[in-house]
Design a protein around this ligand. Structure first.
Ligand SMILES: Nc1ncnc2c1ncn2[C@@H]1O[C@H](COP(=O)(O)OP(=O)(O)O)[C@@H](O)[C@H]1O
Ligand SMILES: [Mg+2]
Length: 162
């Protein structure tokens, strides 16, 4: 693959599986989209992906790419101001959750848990605002803004390849 490269891969980070921590560098938005599509192609029904990173890190960019790998048009995925859960239907149901504008009442009871009960893919922006209800078994992606581009740390209990 071009546009991004492996910084290093430490496998066997977790005792229970071959899973590990993968570090990638995405030099621009196109590279980010490639990584997201590659991740999306490896997801299975029920998988939950948590996207950590500050405003402008590229979380929605990754969500768009994952959606496109499920045959959902990227333009359907937006950072809508008041939508916390957006459902889309492609090859699999896709639940795009953005907890940025969560009200003071917290994350319980607003319907996010229901996403996990279905055989879809759930991608969560600002997961740190809803840790109490998000399953522990998930793929964590931490995005850092660098001088040029972004570094991504992908932590997964199941093996992933990029
Ligand atoms: N790897 C990258 N390198 C440089 N710019 C990027 C990269 N990935 C995404 N961007 C840009 O960063 C901006 C913010 O992206 P967005 O996905 O909306 O962030 P977030 O959802 O984390 O707030 C967009 O303009 C996008 O094109
Ligand atoms: Mg966003």
């Amino acid at each position: 693959m071009q546009g991004f490269h492996k910084k290093d891969i430490r496998s066997d980070e977790f005792a229970c599986s071959k899973a590990g921590l993968i570090r990638l560098f995405a030099e621009d938005e196109a590279a980010m989209l490639k990584i997201g599509r590659q991740l999306g192609r490896q997801l299975q029904p029920g998988d939950v992906v948590c996207l950590y990173g500050c405003l402008g890190a590229g979380k929605t960019t990754l969500a768009k790419a994952i959606a496109s790998s499920l045959d959902i048009p990227e333009r359907e995925i937006t950072s809508a101001s008041f939508t916390i859960i957006a459902e889309h239907y492609g090859r699999l149901p896709f639940y795009h959750v953005d907890l940025y504008r969560l009200e003071d009442g917290g994350v319980e009871g607003i319907g996010v848990e229901e996403c996990f009960d279905h055989d879809g893919i759930t991608v969560i922006e600002w997961p740190e605002r809803g840790e109490s209800i998000i399953p522990e078994e998930r793929i964590n992606v931490r995005i850092n803004i660098e001088q040029a581009g972004r570094t991504l740390e992908i932590e997964s209990l199941k093996p992933l390849s990029f």
